[in-house]
Design a protein around this ligand. Structure first.
Ligand SMILES: NC(=O)c1ccc[n+]([C@@H]2O[C@H](COP(=O)([O-])OP(=O)(O)OC[C@H]3O[C@@H](n4cnc5c(N)ncnc54)[C@H](OP(=O)(O)O)[C@@H]3O)[C@@H](O)[C@H]2O)c1
Length: 281
């Protein structure tokens, strides 16, 4: 539950059945909240978005809807742009007309990962994949079309899975592969700031009443190597399943070993959150 600072607000939660959407739904349960899953509101349908905002007149909208997964977006770029870019624009425009605040969620993948220090909000994006380009376009649309916005970039979310379409998080995937006996393939040259969905939801709830609009990085501070999680999962599973095997190497080597192309993933997306620290300190 969140503080009463948000209590007078009517909140629209879009993407309510996703991983983050569910967390926000729980957190805001006692508020005047309207949670909308994909079947209730498709953000690609501009007219439907407009009608929804005109009928509900929200004070605040939390837009967690996204088409993500690097491989899915590479395979279906039209859908990636329709949801992540055009959909975000539809929501932002409707919010502006309704006089609502938008909290929109984006990704650390807007960076190319070449930097050797943590990324901050002022670093220049350089997206590598369709997913990242479409999410960056969505960020720009929100900034352009809705004056009172929070663009929140986060990283490698983990927590209870989405309700409708099960999508594994990284930890769950490692444990499943370990249970199945592997092979677990992990890369040793990618660094992330994995983020607990509840922590992100809690910080967003604290951020909105500040009315300090802008772009924020919000992630947990630990730097995780896929290698560490893969090794721990393999070790944990070995007493139960001695067949479990794992391969760890540079992304290019792992891709070669498994006969697949190297995914367009950035190498380092470790994030620093200086703007958030200043704001909620
Ligand atoms: N998960 C991560 O590791 C991660 C990392 C960085 C940033 N983010 C960002 O954080 C946000 C939340 O991610 P998440 O992990 O909660 O994603 P998620 O579990 O996939 O949830 C996204 C939700 O959006 C819905 N959706 C898809 N297309 C839609 C549309 N056209 N209209 C309305 N709803 C639609 C999906 O419904 P269906 O499943 O029914 O299609 C799903 O319930 C996203 O903006 C994502 O880009 C996530």
């Amino acid at each position: 539950m969140v503080s009463s600072a948000l209590s007078p607000m009517k909140i629209l939660l879009i993407g309510a059945e996703g991983r983050l959407g569910q967390m926000l739904g729980k957190l805001f349960a006692r508020e005047d909240l309207l949670p909308l899953g994909h079947t209730q509101l498709d953000i690609c349908d501009e007219a439907a978005v407009r009608r929804c905002f005109e009928a509900e007149r929200p004070d605040c909208v939390l837009n967690t809807a996204a088409f993500h997964g690097i491989d899915d977006c590479e395979a279906h770029p039209d859908r990636g742009f329709a949801v992540n870019a055009a959909g975000a624009a539809h929501v932002a425009r409707a919010a502006q007309s309704a006089g609502a605040v938008v909290a929109h969620f984006s990704t650390d993948y807007v960076f190319d990962g070449a930097q050797r220090k943590p990324y901050t909000e002022t670093d220049a994006p350089a997206p590598l994949s369709v997913y990242a380009i479409s999410k960056l376009a969505g960020e720009w649309a929100v900034r352009r079309y809705c004056e009172r916005h929070f663009v929140v970039r986060t990283s490698t979310l983990f927590g209870p899975p989405a309700r409708r379409h099960f999508r594994e998080d990284f930890v769950g995937k490692m444990l499943r592969l370990a249970r199945e006996g592997g092979p677990i393939r992990v890369v040793c040259d990618q660094w992330r700031s994995p983020t607990r969905a509840t922590d992100l939801a809690t910080l967003v709830a604290a951020l909105i009443p500040t009315a300090r609009y802008g772009t924020y990085h919000i992630s947990n501070s630990a730097v995780a190597l896929a290698r560490g999680a893969g090794r721990r999962a393999a070790r944990a599973a070995r007493p139960l399943n001695p067949r479990v095997s794992w391969i760890c190497g540079a992304a290019a080597r792992v891709a070669r070993a498994f006969g697949c192309g190297k995914r367009p993933s950035p190498q380092n997306t470790v994030s620093a959150c200086p703007v958030l620290r200043r704001c909620v300190a």
